[in-house]
Ligand binder design. Structure first.
Ligand SMILES: *Cc1c(COP(=O)(O)O)cnc(C)c1O
Length: 422
């Protein structure tokens, strides 16, 4: 029987207990539903609000977009299983029993994996760049080519990062053409103490262009820092049996950039490295030391959970086991393998498609892939599935690219699509 009075907030909140949300959130949902007043059935409205709240919590999703590094879905997928409820030796040296540093373990492995003397790990590449500039050029001038004053998604803008670090930006050359003699002039005439080369990760300038190679910058008298961003460790991809995939094109890699003469490289952990969100600074030991002893290093240090996930990834690189790195495993699946999986789900839905690296890397690159192609737009019902499935809609067809779907989730996608279609 429906009461003619609004139910009490507490009573209404209690009736939503089965949504699994904690009571204070259910009280918010109940209050909101009651305050809207005009709703016919407060009970139904409150349940709706609670379900919306529940779906806004962090949860596993199935990425069927074919975008390997999808920023909305946390870029690279990582395994974060650890011994739950146990302590770790995060800052403990087990040999001596003394206090150690969290920067003694994974960074050493990373340095080995990319041929650097030393490395440190911070929260993301934006903080890596900021720390390098603060440690090496605070109050001093930094040279950057006008063609590399980039903005990366999410508000990372090189001129603003330089300002925040306390360094001063000296713009070098022009938007489309910058030569090494422009940098040389900036060093002698404008007291530039460090040159920063920034990878144009998410766009390309074509036509009448000229840019300065790292090896040319290395000839000048000041340190060269290369923000390569994408985190490819080694252009030869020794962790892949079949070598570097063609779509990597000329993506700069940490090892080769250091070999070409960069004193430091900075890159993200969750792009082509395929790890958790971190930023890595690798290169000359004295410069890395200057970074790690700067006060900002403490503010930007990553937590043990992240270092644990990163360590697993880096060990896989050192083991040359690309298959153990989810990003590389998915990125290198063959069209034949994907075709076979799609056939099992529904031969009528099998269709060719293209995956992309995503994450603001390799703009324009398409990786041939196979997916399920179903006429009609079922993106909403897939998104509201449990677990949520995120797909693409092209020309009013729903496309679930299987490259980015974990094979264990094929059945989930199959069932959700069947249900949506029927
Ligand atoms: C992506 C990128 C960044 C920012 O990296 P985050 O890890 O997202 O902070 C910085 N520089 C370059 C060149 C990039 O490609």
């Amino acid at each position: 029987m429906v009461s003619k009075y609004p139910p009490s907030v507490d009573q209404l909140a209690r009736s939503l207990k089965d949504t699994g949300l904690p009571h204070p959130l259910l009280v918010d949902a109940a209050r909101l539903a009651i305050s809207e007043g005009d709703s016919e059935d407060v009970q139904v409205r409150a349940r709706n609000i609670a379900e919306l709240m529940a779906s806004s919590l962090l949860t596993d999703v199935v990425n069927a977009t074919g975008v390997l590094l999808h920023t909305n879905m946390g870029r690279a997928p990582v395994d974060v299983t650890i011994n739950s409820g146990r302590y770790t030796n995060l800052e403990l040296d087990l040999i001596t029993g003394n206090r150690g540093s969290r920067q003694d373990r994974v960074p050493l492995l990373l340095a080995k994996a990319c041929g650097a003397e030393a490395a440190i790990v911070v929260n993301n590449c934006a903080s890596a760049v900021m720390l390098v500039l603060a440690a090496l050029a605070e109050g001093e001038s930094v040279g950057v080519s006008r063609g590399e004053l980039v903005e990366i998604g999410g508000g990372f803008r090189i001129p603003e990062v330089i300002t925040q670090s306390g360094a001063k930006l000296v713009e070098v050359g022009t938007t489309n053409r910058t030569r090494v003699k422009d940098f040389a002039k900036a060093v002698t005439k404008r007291n530039v103490v460090l040159n920063l080369s920034v990878h144009q990760s998410n766009y390309r300038i074509e036509g009448f262009t000229e840019s300065v190679k790292i090896s040319e910058l290395a000839e000048l008298d000041v340190p060269v820092v290369a923000d390569i961003g994408s985190g490819l460790l080694d252009a030869a991809c020794p962790w892949l049996e079949s070598g570097p995939p063609a779509w990597l094109r000329n993506e700069p890699a940490a090892r080769q950039t250091l070999e070409a003469g960069a004193d430091l490289v900075t890159f993200s952990g969750d792009k082509l490295l395929g790890g958790p969100q971190v930023g890595i600074i690798a290169g000359k030991a004295d410069l890395v030391k200057a970074c790690s002893s700067h006060p900002l290093a403490r503010a930007l240090r990553p937590g043990g959970l992240v270092l644990n996930a990163l360590e697993k990834i880096v060990l896989s690189y050192l083991n040359r086991d690309g298959n153990a790195i989810p990003f590389w495993r998915m990125a290198t699946l063959t069209v034949e393998e994907l075709h076979a999986r799609a056939e099992v789900i529904n031969p009528l839905w099998v269709g060719d498609t293209f995956s992309t690296p995503g994450g603001g890397t390799l703009p324009g690159v398409e990786i041939p892939s196979v997916g399920l192609v179903v006429p009609g737009d079922y993106s909403e019902s897939l998104r509201l599935n449990d677990p949520p499935i995120i797909c693409r809609v092209v020309d009013n067809s729903t496309i679930c690219d299987l490259r980015t779907v974990h094979p264990d989730d094929d059945e989930v996608v199959a069932a959700a699509l069947e249900a949506a279609v029927s």
